[in-house]
Design a protein around this ligand. Sequence first.
Ligand SMILES: *Cc1c(COP(=O)(O)O)cnc(C)c1O
Ligand SMILES: [Zn+2]
Length: 425
Amino acid sequence: MGHVIGLRCHECGSKYEQQAVHVCEECFGPLEVEYDYDAIKRTLTRERIESGPANLWRYRDLLPVEGEPAIGPHSGLTPLVRADRLARQLGVRELYVKDDSVNHPTFSYKDRVVPVALAKAVELGFTTVACASTGNLANSVSAHATKAGLDCYIFIPDNLERGKVLGSAIYAPKLVAVRGNYDDVNRLCSEIADKYGWAFVNINLRPYYTEGAKTYAYEIAEQLGWRLPQHVVVPTAGGTILPKLALAFDELLELGLVEGERPKIYTAQAAGSAPVVTALHAGSDTITPVKPDTIAKSIAIGDPADGFYVLEAVRRSGGWGEAASDPEIVEAIKLLARSEGIFTEPAGGVTLAATRKLIEQGRIPADESIAVCITGNGYKTVEAVADEVEKGHVIDARLADFDDLHRGLNSRESQEKVAEKTIAS
Ligand SMILES: *Cc1c(COP(=O)(O)O)cnc(C)c1O
Ligand SMILES: [Zn+2]
């Protein structure tokens, strides 16, 4: 049995029955799922979670679904990597990468939120699901919808990376590319949701969809042996994930599943689409929309729906935020690949580049525990780094050719070592 009481307005507290609505009729505030935490507290233990399935549904006591969820059996429970090689490069002691670049089945953080949204869509009786997406959400909705036998409409901007487009098209949804940016797509989709009555996972199902993001934080805590990291760096696009991580850490503390201090939470945005970081740095509550221009297309949202709540959560936690330029993003993608063997998309580059700056600024102390949220996979966005890596060596299939190459590489390597020593001394 689920523990959901209903929906509740974040601003005025008005209550609603569970249905596909996301905006309060009284005050236009966002609706959220309300739980019976007393009932949860009576039954939920670490052991109960640990004996659950090896996917995000191990936390289903804290998710808005009834019955046995059938969607997303391989989603969630991604690796929390102790990143010692990267830590040395950044000059910090205890660093973790929460690696949703290998979330199943479509290799991004979105494989957490979509199963929850679609499970709810089925529960509420919908047969057609849809989304407005910068790519990753489209991939995830397409894959999960086909597996669940749901009709699926996908709306994306017309300028996405080939891998992101193909990563939806392969599942054969009704794929619609809209001439414009994400904010244009989103506006159109709000109208379509009203007119056609479909379940848009990130519009009318938003209260349920966003709950899936909490599992990212639950996993970090569980995988640390039911401990909280001191600092968590999170990318921000529309602003779904960050406030939900904050909420999830609070829930764990409130339910007595972990002890200690709430983590400080940091928002990371691409410099070419950084309305939230700009407001944060200006000490303002007003988020001024921007026209995105960055290689980090998956988080290029110029008018973030939940931007204000990102500011609120960051400030309440005592955290901060930083933005990363395109060259810094590319540098960070390479750094993560070359230190930890993890290939992330530009959004992950943004998060790591921001982490690096926050450490350099002393905002994140070098001797405290840090979790970096890597939310997407680099194999989908090869355009971002295609011209930034060496192409490899082409030789004929003759041993002598390889001998020559090997000699050349060796002498180059030893020259580089000499150069490094000279610089170091
Ligand atoms: C969707 C997404 C995020 C999170 O964006 P929010 O809208 O702020 O929740 C982060 N990284 C990637 C790669 C994403 O696709
Ligand atoms: Zn309200």
